[in-house]
Ligand binder design. Sequence first.
Ligand SMILES: Cc1ncc(COP(=O)(O)O)c(C=O)c1O
Length: 475
Amino acid sequence: MTAEEIRAALEELRRSDLPTAGGRTLAYVYDSGLAEADALGREALAAYGGTNGLDPTAFPSLLAMESDLVGMAADLLSGPPGTVGTVTSGGTESLLLAVQTARDARPDVARPAMVLPTSAHASFHKAAHYFGVRPVFVDVDPTTGRAAAPAMADAITADTVVVVASAPSYAHGVVDPVPEIAAAAAARGVRCHVDACIGGWLLPYLRRDEPGRRPFAFDVPGVTSVSVDLHKYAYTPKGVSVLLHRTAELRRPQFFASAAWPGYTMLNSTLQSTKSGGPLAAAWAVTRFIGDDGYATLARQVRDGVAALVAGIEGVEHLRLLFPPESSLVALTADAAVDVFTVADELLSRGWYAQPQLRFGPFPASLHLSVSAATVPRLPEFLDALRSSVIAAAAAGPVTVDPQLTAALTSLDPGTLDDAGFDTLLQLAGLAGPDGPALPRRMALVNALLDVAPLAVREALLRGFLDRVSRPKRA
Ligand SMILES: Cc1ncc(COP(=O)(O)O)c(C=O)c1O
């Protein structure tokens, strides 16, 4: 292909994606609305895309920029002198490393466990799965959505290597009682990780204006590590998070070195070994450009936007907030007359993306909205779209899943879902295409199917789906 053809093809491919700028995508992307910051980020990403963070002696620029970013994060999150950190590829990698480090710090524990609220991010489940750490889930308080600190304290045993809190939780946007949870962990000599992946670059700015907000980071005694993603509310290009530890000693088990092979001595601070310096350089550029005052302004913009959004949602018949938002995240649900997944489809047809969340425990199906600074000026437009989407969803009525299909889903043994079984389910649901799943433009039925399925069946269906859509099409 010629360069021109490739550029045209790339542009054409992007047309099927959600927009990453403009503030109409209320999950997955975080948009400052600052065109020059975005341009600088892209320039740095391209300029450093070929550098390799594998060896800091070969690319000392990356170590210098990492040190600056870690310092900035430590300042923001009240890290005491001696706080150290690592730039990782994202929230999931930061959480994986926090769990791996906690596990490896306790070689004396034969069957390591972690205590976490049921609202904690699914990345912790992945960490448990990858690193053989038993997750001990503690139900959240159903009235506040927050972790129940006394129950978490009771769940700590001699096997517990880390206790987890979120600031805030992704699904419900509420901040866990970090002081109580960290105190319980510290009393048992156990690490406490605060997942501030989504709130860590925003809540500190909000606290400056509202000192009544509770502390959640290193100013809380007993917090041993904190994660914060720069590719969320620091508005940097994707691929950057920071994992901070209160001391270098706490971080040490995170590092991996191997000299037991004939090649270069391998020395890694993260799961990746060869890693592009592009995202790190982009984050360095964007954070320096926006700066502390800039972030304070963006945080206020988001706070005021969330307040306006809440007021707007409260005025829409059939809708209610799941919990009062404590940061930039809003979770809304609907009464029986309206299917929230249909609302998501209707919003999408009006150019807005809201993220469906399936029912879980005592919590109904809901829609998640991550409010970016760029969304705020467009909120009146969003609220209009939301109102008309709800009217359309009410007119369409509830989505019903065929009882035969519901029975098949609820009785399915997820361990035995093979290719043929998956095909049968696709056919029953009317989702079979010539090359695998034919996803409809409207997703309400697919979401309704997942919503009635038990958790393990949901997971089996999702894995089956990914398997099917990620098989290459070859001539
Ligand atoms: C609280 C929290 N933790 C962890 C993550 C995972 O981050 P990532 O998607 O960057 O891996 C997210 C993502 O939204 C999050 O909100």
